[in-house]
Ligand binder design. Structure first.
Ligand SMILES: N[C@@H](CCC(=O)N[C@@H](CS)C(=O)NCC(=O)O)C(=O)O
Length: 260
């Protein structure tokens, strides 16, 4: 559970659920979908990443990595989208979004959480570079002034290193795409295989595992990832698209991003 103590103490007085999030942020999509599936009321604090609204003293005072999403639940600050959705499901158990197989089995809670951990683990090595290199780096490029501010605020070395790759005259290129694609192919081959005889990732039940992975499908297909080679994943994604949480948690925020 990624609970942090914010530098900005004023947010600790917030009541109810507040979400700091970005429209095309796949990590924010997970949390929006979970809140909607659970019918939880929440207050939206939208940050436009293209306008670098996250690169500010104010936002780093809430989230020390300057990343979205941040969830504040009655003054307690939570970061890391996969931890947030697990927290929401534990804290507000109805309707449940957990797998119901044997707790420690592949089709139970441990198996479901393993899918969440896998999604979290490929974010910086594969998802981010693929998205930046194929589509977003020009739109997300920082001015010299923004970069200076970012370098002053950001203390996380992995993120500093990632963003240095498209700072100034540097840019992500073909090698970054190839490296990211290698990791994505391994994961999506596993997902394709899992979905062979299942409607949802964990079987008959729609769970946090589906919520964790569908934003990756949405964003990556918008970046040209060849999902036409994955028929089971395509069928699963079509089923998720029928849900209100997909329409209101993903499509409503970025209707033009993806081809689906
Ligand atoms: N591990 C974090 C990653 C969050 C993340 O990288 N968010 C992206 C949008 S999906 C972001 O805030 N990007 C802005 C930046 O990198 O400065 C999570 O799962 O919440």
């Amino acid at each position: 559970m990624a609970v942090i103590v914010p530098a900005d103490k004023s947010v600790e007085t917030l009541e109810g659920i507040h979400l700091y999030h970005g429209d095309i942020s796949n990590c924010s999509m997970r949390v929006r979908m979970t809140l909607i599936e659970k019918g939880l009321p929440w207050t939206s604090h939208h940050l436009d990443l293209k306008r670098k609204e996250n690169v500010s003293d104010a936002y780093f005072g809430i989230n020390p990595n300057g990343l979205v999403p941040t969830l504040i639940d009655n003054g307690v600050v939570h970061i890391e989208s996969n931890d947030i959705i697990d927290y929401l499901d534990r804290t507000y158990p109805e309707p449940s979004l957990r797998a119901t197989g044997h707790e420690d089995g592949e089709d139970g809670e441990d198996g479901m959480l393993e899918w969440l951990r896998l999604a979290a683990s490929i974010h910086v090595p594969a998802v981010k570079p693929y998205v930046y290199a194929t589509r977003m780096q020009t739109k997300l490029k920082k001015t010299a002034e923004e970069q200076e501010k970012y370098d002053e605020l950001q203390k996380n070395e992995e993120l500093k290193e990632f963003h240095a790759k498209h700072a100034g005259d540097s840019a992500f290129g073909e090698a970054d795409i190839a490296r990211a694609r290698g990791i994505l192919e391994t994961c999506f081959a596993r997902l394709e295989n899992t979905l062979e005889d299942r409607k949802w990732i964990m079987g008959d039940r729609f769970t946090l595992a589906d919520i964790s992975w569908i934003p990756l499908h949405f964003v990556l297909i918008g970046c040209g990832y060849p999902f036409e080679d994955y028929p089971n994943i395509s069928r699963w994604a079509a089923a998720v698209r029928d849900r209100q949480s997909y329409r209101d948690g993903i499509l409503k925020w970025c209707p033009d991003f993806s081809k689906v």
